[in-house]
Design a protein around this ligand. Structure first.
Ligand code: UDP
Length: 310
């Protein structure tokens, strides 16, 4: 039985990874300080003998007795609202947290997976974004705490790979949605669904012409697993290449939730990227991955979950 340690394991993507890996017969050690994660996301695993939870801030040193086969570093606030509220913790999770987890992987001779982000491309001047694009990031803007900590994390992972031969993977995660997102995390999916279900105004920021591409969580987890088992040390984009304006997205959610909400326009946050869409040619070519769940199907499942857990 292989053992995997996952930081941020009580978060949205992390908790889905815990479930997926338990199903694949891994021993899972979940590390989270619950700053943005939620213990309820993993409470059903507590009685499982192959699952262990450690409440710990990964920006501090961690000692683990067990041998480890994989270290997955997924701990970080990821919603713009969250990381702008706690920018220092965000910078520490991406810098010190990445240093600590890479050190752990080195000591345990474990494979390492870094959760990076499409935010490394900033407000991109190239659309769609291939991994070879270096990005257009404002280092001192309000999103800089997240973007730069992840860019630093990528650089550190590559350095540990080149200098210490750690077998690293870097996954650039594009917008992902599904059950277990925090309702109040401030991101567009939880906001629009909660607003639509309560017939409250749907808040589109700016003119709503900015675009995003939304990937359903089961596709994302499948992609992360395939990347982990691959031999690719360079960064890989994972996301759904179907691009929509935020206006279109508001209309789709309103329709699927059978909502009477009005759509209203509010101020655009600073440095909000105007476009975002992953070029996934490399994941297709290298490990045959592409998303399978269409936007409407994924949103129906997500709306159902939000409704049932209101
Ligand atoms: N957005 C919006 N209304 C909301 C929340 C977000 O129009 O209530 C917009 C936001 O300005 C951005 C897009 O939706 O253009 C995606 O925002 P999100 O916070 O989900 O994540 P991002 O992709 O910006 O990291």
């Amino acid at each position: 039985m292989k053992t995997v340690l996952i930081t941020g394991g009580a978060g949205f993507i992390g908790s889905h990874l815990c479930d997926f890996l338990i199903d694949k017969r891994f021993m899972v050690i979940c590390v989270d300080n619950l700053i943005t994660g939620n213990k309820e996301n993993i409470s059903h695993l507590n009685s499982n003998k192959n699952f262990k939870f450690i409440n710990h801030d990964i920006s501090k040193h961690i000692a683990i007795d067990e041998p480890l086969d994989y270290v997955l570093h997924f701990a970080s606030p990821a919603s713009p609202v969250d990381y702008q509220k706690i920018p220092i913790q965000t910078l520490k999770a991406g810098s010190l947290g990445t240093h600590n987890t890479l050190g752990l992987a080195l000591a345990k001779k474990a494979k390492y997976v870094l959760a990076s982000t499409s935010e490394v491309y900033g407000d991109p001047l190239v659309n769609p974004q291939p991994e070879s694009y270096w990005g257009n990031v404002n280092p001192v803007g309000l999103r800089g705490c997240y973007d730069e900590s992840k860019r630093f994390a990528e650089a550190l992972a590559m350095a540990y790979h080149r200098i210490h031969n750690v077998d690293t993977r870097i996954v650039r995660i594009f917008n992902t949605y599904g059950p277990k997102m925090r309702k109040d995390d401030g991101r567009v999916v939880p906001n629009f669904i909660t607003q639509a279900l309560n017939n409250k105004p749907i808040t589109v920021y700016g003119d709503g012409k900015q675009t995003r591409s939304f990937c359903y969580i089961s596709d994302m987890v499948d992609g992360i697993y395939r990347l982990t088992l691959s031999k690719i040390n360079e960064p890989i984009n994972l996301g759904n290449p179907e691009e929509h304006t935020i206006n279109e997205f508001a209309e789709i959610i309103k329709e699927l939730a059978k909502s009477k909400s009005k759509i209203i326009f509010e101020k655009l946050p600073v440095d909000d990227p105007r476009v975002r869409r992953p070029d996934i040619s490399n994941s297709r070519k290298e490990f045959g991955w592409e998303p399978k769940v269409g936007l409407k199907d994924g949103l129906k499942k997500t709306i159902k979950w939000f409704k049932e857990s209101q």
